[in-house]
Ligand binder design. Structure first.
Ligand code: 6CS
Ligand code: FE
Length: 304
C-alpha cells in the first residue's frame, strides 16, 4: 500500500498537504449535527458539543471513573499507564473492553453515531482511554498529531478517524485543558527519527518520537492560533485524527479527567505499521475491527 503520509524516514521534517477529506459526508437535515457544526469541524478540525449527557448518566460515568481509579485491580495491568516519576495513574486504556458502562459510552449514538456521520462509514473503536491528569501531579501531553502515531506505529492508512473527549471533570483554563491548533488538521507535519522498539512503553508516559519540530509548530501556531476549549462535565470535544493538540501539566488541586473514544472508519482498517517494525499491542490499537452499532439508552441501561 502506498504511503501517502511518510514520517520518521527523512532527515528533516516537512509540512505536507492533507490528501483526505475531513467531514466525509454531505450534510443533510437527517444528520446528527447541524450544518454549522459540520462545517466548523471540517474547517477547524474540532467541535465542542455541550450538555450531551444528563445528570444521571454523568453521575454514573463519574462514579465509574472514581471506582476504576480507586481500585484498578480488576483491570488488565498493561492498560494502566502511570505518570513518569510517580505512581499516579496517567491513563487507563481499553476502557470500553473493561467496563460495561464505558462500553455503553463507546457505542452511544451521540458519539459513535456522530463519528459514523462525519467519517461517512461504519466505525469501530480504534482506542479508548481515561486520561486522569490528577491534581498537582498530572503531567503534560506534548504537542502531537494522533494520526502521525497511528499511521507510523499502528498502520492506519488514511485520515478517516476522530477522537471524542468526554469531559468527566470540569476542564478550566487552569487544570491543563486540551489545547488545539485550529486548522492544523489540513497540514501533515512529518517527524524525524526512527521509531524505537516497543516505543509505546515510554511514549504513553512521555512521547519523544513522532513529536513535531518546534519550527513546524511555530508556523502552525502563528498561522492558526491556539484554542483551549473548556467546559463542565458532560461536554464533548470532537477532534480530527490529524489536529495538532497537546495539554499542559496540572498544578492545581482540581483533576482533569476525560474519557477518550477514538473511532476509525471500517474502510480505514489498520494494515502493517508504516514506520515501525512491529504493530503496537491491541490495547492501544484494536485489530478485531468490530463495527459499532450506535445505540441510545445504553448508559441508563448499564446503571439500571
Ligand atoms: O499513542 C497514542 O495512541 C496515544 N498518545 C497520545 C499522546 N494521544 C493519542 C493516544 O492517546
Ligand atoms: Fe493525542
Amino acid at each position: 500500500m502506498q504511503d501517502l503520509y511518510p514520517s520518521r524516514c527523512a532527515g528533516k521534517p516537512e509540512l505536507l498537504l492533507r490528501g483526505d477529506p475531513v467531514a466525509y459526508a454531505e450534510w443533510t437535515p437527517e444528520a446528527p449535527l447541524s450544518r454549522e457544526q459540520t462545517e466548523h469541524f471540517d474547517r477547524h478540525g474540532y467541535l465542542v458539543l455541550e450538555n450531551v449527557f444528563d445528570a444521571a448518566e454523568l453521575d454514573a460515568l463519574q462514579d465509574e471513573t472514581r471506582c476504576l481509579l480507586a481500585d484498578p485491580s480488576s483491570l488488565d495491568t498493561e492498560t494502566i499507564i502511570t505518570e513518569s516519576g510517580n505512581d499516579e495513574i496517567r491513563s487507563i486504556f481499553a476502557i470500553h473492553e473493561q467496563s460495561r458502562l464505558m462500553a455503553g459510552l463507546a457505542a452511544d449514538q451521540r458519539l459513535a453515531g456522530v463519528a459514523a456521520f462525519l467519517l461517512d462509514d461504519e466505525v469501530y473503536v480504534h482506542q479508548s482511554r481515561l486520561n486522569y491528569k490528577p491534581g498537582f501531579k498530572g503531567k503534560e501531553f506534548y504537542w502531537h498529531s494522533d494520526f502521525e502515531t497511528w499511521h507510523a506505529e499502528d498502520g492506519m492508512p488514511r485520515m478517516r478517524a476522530l477522537s471524542a473527549s468526554v469531559l468527566l471533570a470540569e476542564n478550566t483554563p487552569n487544570n491543563g485543558p486540551l489545547m488545539i491548533i485550529p486548522g492544523s488538521h489540513r497540514t501533515y507535519v512529518t517527524c524525524i527519527g526512527e521509531t524505537p522498539d516497543d516505543h509505546y512503553r515510554t511514549s504513553l508516559k512521555k512521547q519523544e518520537y513522532g513529536v513535531p519540530d518546534e519550527l513546524s509548530l511555530a508556523v502552525l501556531a502563528h498561522k492558526h492560533g491556539i484554542v483551549a476549549p473548556t467546559g463542565k462535565p458532560g461536554t464533548v470535544i470532537l477532534f480530527d485524527c490529524n489536529t495538532m493538540h497537546g495539554s499542559n501539566g496540572n498544578i492545581t488541586p482540581f483533576p482533569r479527567s476525560n474519557a477518550f473514544l477514538v473511532y476509525n472508519a471500517m474502510s480505514n482498517r489498520l494494515v502493517r505499521p508504516f514506520a515501525a517494525d512491529a504493530p503496537r499491542p491491541e490495547f492501544v490499537a484494536a485489530r478485531d475491527f468490530r463495527a459499532v452499532a450506535p445505540r441510545s439508552g445504553l448508559l441508563h441501561k448499564a446503571v439500571a
